[in-house]
Design a protein around this ligand. Structure first.
Ligand SMILES: NC(=O)c1ccc[n+]([C@@H]2O[C@H](COP(=O)([O-])OP(=O)(O)OC[C@H]3O[C@@H](n4cnc5c(N)ncnc54)[C@H](OP(=O)(O)O)[C@@H]3O)[C@@H](O)[C@H]2O)c1
Length: 283
């Protein structure tokens, strides 16, 4: 049975979903999301910057599954931040996704007028256009700045998180706000070195699972929300098949020993800010 997490605003998010970063808009996104929904996955993580929200919306419609059974997360880009501007961007998002409401709306990056954007996001919650609001990539002191300024505290913080970089310190900073971690790069963006670590191979043999399934199960037991990306139906099926076994406390601790401070995304904040335009969504 798949698991849910009750967020600080009392909404219940499926702890496992499908991420569609770098999945091309059109048939590829539509097919991947449709496949996921058909196999029981009920949580999709997209973003305006991924430029595939329309494909997500089409797959949700095509599935015939009642909208309230599916959790859709999307993200605003800094070019859309600012009071008034963000409100208009949310309306366009609803159009692209072809939905009346977004389950979880995130600030994608910690640049620009994020405080102004947050005010519009809070208004969108009150207007019923968005159910839950959160942030992504806020790891600097801007995290506390936003959390202190916010009337509605962020429900989630989406950041790079995997066994090499489990975000223990960040979790302590989030505790006062009741904000939980969503892991991006849960599989290290598919890094073979991480996936083939001996401890995963050993546990995979014990449980009759794959190394990837052991990593994903570790995230679940860490309390992280995950949405590994794949367009391969067999990988998708395997990734979702992690709710029929549990790692022991000892095994969880063994995996925690892999914490080495290694990150796979290492661009400085300055360079990220300089590159915002390059990632800026076209429409
Ligand atoms: N907020 C942000 O700034 C941010 C940044 C990055 C990512 N994200 C979110 O996090 C999601 C996940 O991150 P990610 O896609 O970059 O990395 P990831 O999920 O850690 O890794 C994806 C890679 O793992 C492979 N893979 C997936 N399942 C597998 C399996 N069962 N066996 C072997 N290989 C497998 C995929 O290849 P195949 O397709 O061949 O299976 C793909 O190459 C994204 O889709 C996005 O929603 C957010």
């Amino acid at each position: 049975m798949q698991t849910y997490i009750t967020l600080n605003d009392k909404t219940k998010i499926p702890q496992f979903g499908l991420g569609v970063y770098m999945v091309p808009e059109g048939a590829e996104t539509e097919n991947a999301v449709y496949e996921a929904l058909k196999m029981g996955i009920r949580h999709i993580d997209t973003a305006h910057a991924y430029q595939n929200e329309r494909g997500v919306g089409k797959a949700v419609k095509k599935s015939g599954i009642p909208r309230e059974e599916i959790w859709i997360t999307t993200k605003l880009w800094p070019s859309e931040y600012g009071e008034g501007k963000t409100a208009a961007a949310i309306d366009k998002m609803l159009d692209r996704l072809d939905t009346k409401y977004i389950d979880l709306l995130l600030l994608h990056q910690q640049f620009g007028d994020y405080l102004g954007a947050w005010k519009d996001m809070e208004k969108a919650v009150k207007a019923g256009k968005v159910r839950s609001i959160g942030i992504s990539n806020f790891e600097s002191e801007r995290l506390e700045e936003l959390c202190e300024a916010a009337n509605i505290k962020p429900s989630v913080l989406q950041v790079e998180c995997h066994p090499y970089y489990p975000q223990n310190e960040l979790k302590k900073r989030l505790a006062p706000y009741g904000t939980v971690i969503e892991s991006w790069y849960p599989l290290g963006h598919g890094d073979k070195g991480l996936i083939n670590e001996a401890v995963f191979t050993k546990l995979a043999e014990k449980y009759g699972k794959t190394n990837v399934q052991i990593i994903l199960r570790w995230h679940i037991q860490q309390g992280n929300i995950i949405f590994p990306k794949t367009t391969n139906p067999q990988h998708m099926k395997d990734n979702f098949d992690i709710f029929d076994f549990s790692l022991t406390d000892e095994e969880m601790n063994e995996i925690r020993k892999l914490d080495s401070g290694k990150r796979f995304f290492n661009m400085s904040l300055e360079d990220q800010e300089k590159n915002l335009g390059a990632w800026s969504p076209a429409d």
